[in-house]
Design a protein around this ligand. Structure first.
Ligand code: C2E
Ligand code: CA
Ligand code: CA
Ligand code: CA
Length: 278
């Protein structure tokens, strides 16, 4: 028994070691990639359901590899969070997205608002308000074209602190979305107080709308809650015509998802933009 115990311990510890080494290796690669400017942004359009127009986009980070593959943000964002690298990486995302909107505008396209994901550590430790102020000044972007997506769970973790930051961001003129809404236990009284513009219904509720009556009911409830509070409601992860129709019939304001378009690179996204006189 002792023998087995020791073997188990050694096995466990070897696994732990390789997990730690894997993260360290990823961290080193991330730091180098940031310095070498290897990251890129893809853009996923947002559609206004009532008009059928593209009225915005979400910027999503991509890490292309030498062999043509991509490492998913789901894999490296948590490591960037743990290591603090998300602070400079997040600043790069913000600067790149703001500069991109300006570039579209200068190329004669209608300017459209782009949203950028703000990670928990950025909100807690990075000085988001300074970072946004600086970036708007540097790029000359009008604040109403920038939207920040903050996950519901993060806002709820430190309500008073988040509230103060959101108020300052609102004063700058940027827009705020609550991302992954429905998964983070917002209380209704907080929601009423928070200076946010949009609720983004988490894609887990959108999935299987037709087969899962609970999801359909939750979506209807979020839409009506959002409208009661004068908020814009967006459904994300919309993949099928059925889901699309359900949202249209239930007067959801906006949608985003593979049904309309996957996130695409800058060259492909610009093809989706209306001309500036539209
Ligand atoms: P998120 O902010 O909730 O973004 C939505 C994710 O769903 C994206 O995955 C998007 O590509 C994907 N998606 C969009 N439409 C559909 C659909 O119809 N079906 C399905 N199955 N998926 C869809 P992605 O790009 O892999 O990003 C994953 C997560 O990584 C994001 O979740 C966000 O939390 C984080 N992330 C991505 N880019 C950034 C960034 O620049 N900064 C930070 N802090 N986090 C980011
Ligand atoms: Ca998001
Ligand atoms: Ca989301
Ligand atoms: Ca998410």
């Amino acid at each position: 028994a002792k023998q087995t115990g020791r073997n188990n311990f050694q096995f466990f510890s070897a696994e732990m070691n390789s997990a730690i080494n894997g993260r360290l290796e990823m961290m080193t690669k991330l730091r180098r990639a940031l310095g070498a400017n290897e990251f890129t942004l893809h853009y996923q359009p947002k559609l206004q359901l009532a008009t059928g127009k593209i009225i915005g986009a979400e910027a999503l980070i991509r890490w292309p590899q030498a062999d043509g593959s991509m490492i998913s943000p789901a894999q490296f964002i948590p490591v960037a969070e743990e290591s603090g690298l998300i602070i400079p990486l997040g600043e790069w995302v913000l600067q790149t997205a703001c500069a991109q909107i300006r570039a579209w505008e200068k190329a004669g396209h209608a300017a459209i608002p782009v949203s950028v994901n703000i990670s928990p550590l950025q909100l807690e430790r990075g000085n988001v308000v300074d970072m946004v102020t600086r970036t708007l000044a540097e790029t000359g972007l009008a604040p109403q074209y920038l939207e920040l997506e903050i996950t519901e769970s993060v806002v709820m973790r430190e309500v008073e602190k988040s509230f103060a930051i959101l108020e300052q961001l609102k004063a700058l003129g940027v827009k705020i979305s609550i991302d992954d809404f429905g998964t983070g236990y917002s209380s209704l009284s907080y929601l009423r107080r928070f200076p946010v513009n949009t609720l983004k219904i988490d894609q887990s509720f959108v999935r299987n709308i037709s087969s899962d009556p609970n999801n359909a009911g939750i979506i209807q409830a979020i839409i009506s809650l959002g409208h009661t509070l004068n908020l814009n409601v967006l459904a994300e992860g919309v993949e099928t015509e059925e889901e699309f129709r359900f949202l249209l019939e239930n007067r959801c304001d906006e949608m985003q998802g593979y049904y309309l378009s996957k996130p695409v690179d800058e060259e492909a996204f610009v093809q989706l933009l209306p001309p500036s006189d539209a």
